[in-house]
Design a protein around this ligand. Structure first.
Ligand code: ASP
Ligand code: MG
Length: 420
């Protein structure tokens, strides 16, 4: 049994959905648990619906939702004929649920509504793909993952109840494979024990794939992407980027930690715990080699480059030029936790602390204001944080030569440079 995960880009056009169907059809004898994200930019479109709703702009929210509905109904029209009727009914049932909610006034917190609305993107996309597969004679079981993946009610970043989910997979998912080759379900979403929808954090479908793989257990997970394999840098910024066909779990965790947008950071642990290999493959050309991520130690990696733009550097200096003591540092960490910001890099000097963060307009101001009770705060915006793993001096020089270096940190494997 294998887990296949398809992201939003793999199903953002009619042809791409047909392509995904062809990949599933070619490999179905393996017994596939297929996880699919929302189509294209649907999650962003649904975020706009929730925002309007939560600001009390009901008509605008309904109007924006209407556009999401149209896109999906249109897509469905091109992908089904015989199955068009029942498929449309299923979509319309989902629509009604959301519209009901949008007609109410918001009385609970934003994150709750976010999850109730945004979760429907994956319900729509998976329903469409499942009906398209049925239309083509494939035997597929569509499952509402909210009956399987149980979470706490930490909306927008829900924590998984592994014991409940394990039982649900054993009792409800496994038996389906006696009758079906393919079980198709949603990534990114789950539900609480009160049947409220939850989400696992943006880009969380990779993590869903890992949860299923760990609990089934599956022999492997394949994440199908629009790239040939995992590369050592973003090819849009670095045309000289190269493919990396083998990586260790640890390397991928490190890359994700420094901000490489390869795989959702929570994905690796559940796979590593059971030694389940993770393949990254191209849905555009499945014959290409792709990348395998496993426990194997991989030597001779090229320099791996991660660039984070829009960084803010904050300098927290003691007000009286005294040494920075434990107490104010503790207080600062407390503020960071409260505002929910994590430094990407930090450094201590005798009388100050330097921290670099992702720029979030309101959080940056909020943090500067709160910290100014304890420290003199200086803020510099619009910086770039460069991280190079397995660096060599040539690469560092080449990537920093026309920049002003504001902060630099080096360990034997990783260098980080904050630049202006
Ligand atoms: N659809 C969700 C998102 O765009 C989850 C995912 O794609 O993994 O964040
Ligand atoms: Mg995605």
């Amino acid at each position: 049994m294998k887990v296949y995960k398809f992201g939003g880009a793999s199903i953002n056009t009619i042809d791409r959905i047909k392509n995904v169907a062809a990949i599933i059809n070619a490999d179905k004898k393996e017994k596939l648990l297929v996880i699919i994200s929302a189509m294209g930019k649907t999650t962003n479109a649904l975020e706009a619906v929730v925002n309007a709703f939560f600001e009390g702009k009901k008509e605008e929210a309904l109007q924006l939702f209407e556009q999401v509905k149209d896109t999906h109904l249109n897509t469905l029209k091109y992908l089904t004929t015989l199955q068009w009727q029942p498929a449309t009914e299923q979509l319309k049932d989902f629509f009604t649920e959301i519209e009901w909610l949008l007609h109410d006034k918001p009385v609970r917190n934003y994150d709750y509504y976010y999850d109730q609305v945004v979760c429907c993107g994956e319900l729509f996309s998976t329903a469409i793909v499942a009906w398209h597969l049925k239309e083509n004679g494939m035997d597929v079981a569509w499952i509402d993952v909210r009956d399987i993946v149980r979470t706490d009610n930490n909306f927008r970043d829900a924590g998984v109840d592994w014991a409940f989910t394990q039982k649900a997979i054993q009792q409800q998912i496994k038996p389906l494979f006696d009758k079906h080759d393919v079980v198709l379900t949603q990534g990114f979403i789950g539900a609480t024990d009160d049947n409220e929808s939850t989400t696992l954090g943006r880009e969380g479908s990779d993590y869903s794939g890992a949860i299923f793989a760990n609990l089934l257990p599956a022999e492997s997970v394949t994440i199908w992407k629009d790239v040939e394999s995992v590369m050592n840098a973003d090819p849009k910024k670095f045309p000289e980027a190269v493919n990396m066909h083998h990586l260790s779990y640890t390397e991928v965790i490190e890359m994700a930690y420094y901000g490489a947008q390869v795989i959702h950071p929570k994905t690796i642990k559940p796979l590593q715990n059971k030694g389940i290999p993770l393949y990254v493959k191209s849905f555009i050309d499945p014959a290409l080699q792709g990348t395998v991520i496993s426990n194997d130690h991989v030597k001779n990696l090229p320099p791996i480059i991660v660039v984070k733009e829009k960084q803010v550097l904050m300098q927290f200096r003691s007000k009286d030029f005294s040494f920075v003591e434990d107490k104010p540092v503790d207080d600062l960490h407390h503020i960071l936790r409260e505002i929910k910001v994590k430094p990407n890099l930090s450094q201590n000097t005798a009388i100050s602390l330097l921290c670099c963060f992702d720029e979030h307009a309101e959080k940056t101001d909020q943090l500067a204001l709160a910290a100014s009770e304890i420290f003199d705060v200086e803020v510099e915006r619009n910086l770039t944080l460069l991280t190079i793993r397995h660096y060599d001096e040539d690469t560092i020089t080449r990537l920093t030569q026309d920049k002003v270096i504001v902060l630099k940190q080096k360990t034997p494997t990783t260098v980080q440079v904050l630049m202006r």
